[in-house]
Design a binder for this molecule. Structure first.
Ligand SMILES: Cc1cc2nc3c(=O)[nH]c(=O)nc-3n(C[C@H](O)[C@H](O)[C@H](O)COP(=O)(O)OP(=O)(O)OC[C@H]3O[C@@H](n4cnc5c(N)ncnc54)[C@H](O)[C@@H]3O)c2cc1C
Length: 511
């Protein structure tokens, strides 16, 4: 992969756009920009997979602190690697529902979404093409769509659907990103980044960590301080800057970018940066289907239900979205056992090979509250001497009610199915970092405007799940991709119409 060294940042001509972070948000945005004629630089803190796995110093850069009652994992939720967390994701690509953008029990009243589902729908269609999403014929519970899925679902889940219908659950296929070549996972660094690198307008510099957005009195960013672990420091200069470091590191970079005019961080005059962090906790259940389902075989089939999305909201709760897997000896299920327990559970697992198992896992929306937030650590510093991120995350009473209500739903479904040996295993997290630089029309209640521009700056943007007002009960990458396409279009327009914010830094036309 043709990567540039930090010295490339000494170029005399500023780039049109500098993006910080090469995860799905940064890579898809950057590729869309070079394909529309903008000279684009991506700065990435990590390198390749080997470095991420074996270089302790690089791994340390991704560390953060935690407080709260959720026992949130500190590892395997963030990474420093080209392609970001797309190296580890499972490729599930769901759309938000129209109701997510409207008033609902978990929407912060003071900070509604500034856009509606219909505004995003054309970008969802484009995003599904970018991610080559496979999907089946949608049921009436799925979000509306103007075009069919780009690719047809590969797996036939008819038998699983019939079974779950008897449990009162309508299943849909689980839309999934599809790599170009068989036998690999969809990683943006394999599927999309090569297009960025093949363009004469695209430059990726890896191994450089952005530590400061250098700005003036107006909040206009003049450069990004980019530091290497060997002590080299450079400044990357562009006309427009986009922060795409994920929901923990993006707010941290804004908070680290302090000046006399912005003593609490760029974009943070109203103490909004980092506030409202939310995630998707999941409950996990197994039940055995012993008889009466002649056609059901112990094999791996996956479906999802959108059926309870609106009904739970009508009860004043958040949305839920459940996965149902027809399975046998599901690996996670085995891994959780301690060695000492092995003989008993090995026997358990063996029996699962004989009897089909249904795994049900509702994924829950969390209510965004100010107390759940990313802030700067008061005690820990990174290799560059900067405070690490501190994540505070506790469940609200509403979150607990939703967990309980979802548990009831699964158990009643298992009862209707006549399932036996029902077991709830520990709650898990989806590793989605949402809501810490929220979009909104009011600078007092949000960090970025409806075009994702930081309210306090003329030329600084944020792209990623950190701009979502609520997390819905939905995996974020498809929506991140839709926002990346929308932002690319907006930036191109700014260059085309010679927007004053860009003109001050020396404008140029765009193809
Ligand atoms: C195991 C797992 C499974 C998942 N499954 C799904 C799924 O099925 N569907 C789904 O939608 N989502 C899934 N996700 C979540 C998804 O991977 C993330 O939401 C997505 O990767 C976020 O994209 P991003 O570009 O905003 O951030 P990231 O992927 O986190 O990328 C951020 C990039 O910024 C870089 N960076 C950070 N700080 C700096 C800095 N200061 N300077 C320079 N570079 C920096 C990082 O190295 C990284 O490359 C999963 C996540 C995990 C871990």
């Amino acid at each position: 992969m043709p990567l540039e060294k930090p010295q490339a940042l000494d170029a005399s001509e500023p780039w049109d756009v500098c993006i910080v972070g090469s995860g799905p948000a940064g890579t898809i945005l950057g590729t869309s920009l070079v394909e529309r004629g903008l000279r684009t630089l991506i700065l990435e803190s990590g390198g390749g997979m080997r470095q991420w796995l074996f270089d302790k110093e690089v791994r340390k850069l991704a560390e953060y602190e935690f407080s709260g009652d959720t026992d949130y994992p500190l590892t395997r939720t963030t990474s420093r690697i080209i392609g970001g967390n797309s190296n580890f994701w499972t490729g599930r690509c769901e759309r938000f529902h129209p109701s997510d953008f409207e008033a609902h029990p978990y929407l912060p009243a003071e900070n509604p979404w500034p856009i509606r589902y219909d505004d995003l729908e054309p970008y969802y269609t484009r995003a599904e093409k970018t991610l080559r999403v496979r999907g089946g014929e949608p049921s009436r519970f799925m979000p509306p769509r103007s075009e069919p899925f780009p690719l047809k679902a590969r797996s036939d889940i008819t038998v699983l659907k019939e079974l779950m219908q008897k449990g009162g659950v309508t299943l849909d296929d689980s839309p999934t990103a599809t790599p170009e070549k068989a036998l690999r996972f969809f990683r943006v660094n394999k599927e999309i980044l090569p297009r960025f690198l093949a363009s004469p307008l695209g430059t990726l510099v890896s191994g450089v960590t952005a530590t400061d957005l250098v700005h003036d009195e107006r909040g206009a960013v003049a450069g990004v301080t980019a530091r290497c672990l060997d002590g080299t420091t450079r400044t990357a200069r562009a006309r427009v800057y986009v922060v795409s470091c994920g929901g923990i590191q993006s707010p941290r970079l804004l908070l680290l970018s302090r000046s006399e005019r912005f003593p609490d961080g760029l974009g943070n005059e109203y103490d909004r940066v980092g506030r409202g962090f939310n995630e998707h906790p999941s409950l996990n259940f197994y039940g055995r289907i012993r008889s009466g389902w002649g056609k059901l075989r112990p094999r791996h089939k996956i479906g999802r239900t959108h059926q309870f999305y609106e009904t739970f909201r009508a009860e004043g709760l958040g949305a839920i979205h459940a996965v149902c897997i027809q399975s046998f000896a599901f690996p996670n299920h085995l891994l959780r056992y301690r060695l000492a327990d092995l003989p008993k559970h090995v026997a358990d697992a063996a029996s699962r090979l004989v009897w089909p198992t249904i795994y049900m896992s509702p994924t829950l929306e969390m209510r965004p509250v100010d107390a759940n937030r990313v802030k700067l650590s008061e005690t820990t510093r990174d290799a560059f001497g900067n405070p690490t991120a501190h994540l505070a995350l506790s469940f609200t009473d509403e979150d607990r009610r939703l967990l309980e209500r979802s548990r009831e739903l699964v158990l009643s479904c298992f009862e209707k199915l006549g399932a036996t040996d029902i077991e709830e295993i520990e709650q898990t997290w989806s590793r989605h970092h949402i809501g810490t630089c929220r979009t909104g029309d009011d600078p007092k209640t949000s960090v970025v405007d409806r075009n994702l521009r930081v309210h306090a700056s003329p030329n600084l943007f944020v792209c990623g799940a950190e701009v979502f007002v609520t997390g819905a009960a939905t995996q974020p990458v498809l929506t991140i991709t839709a926002f990346a396409h929308r932002l690319a279009e907006h930036l191109v327009e700014l260059f085309q119409k010679r927007d004053p914010a860009i003109a001050t830094l020396g404008n140029r036309g765009v193809a």
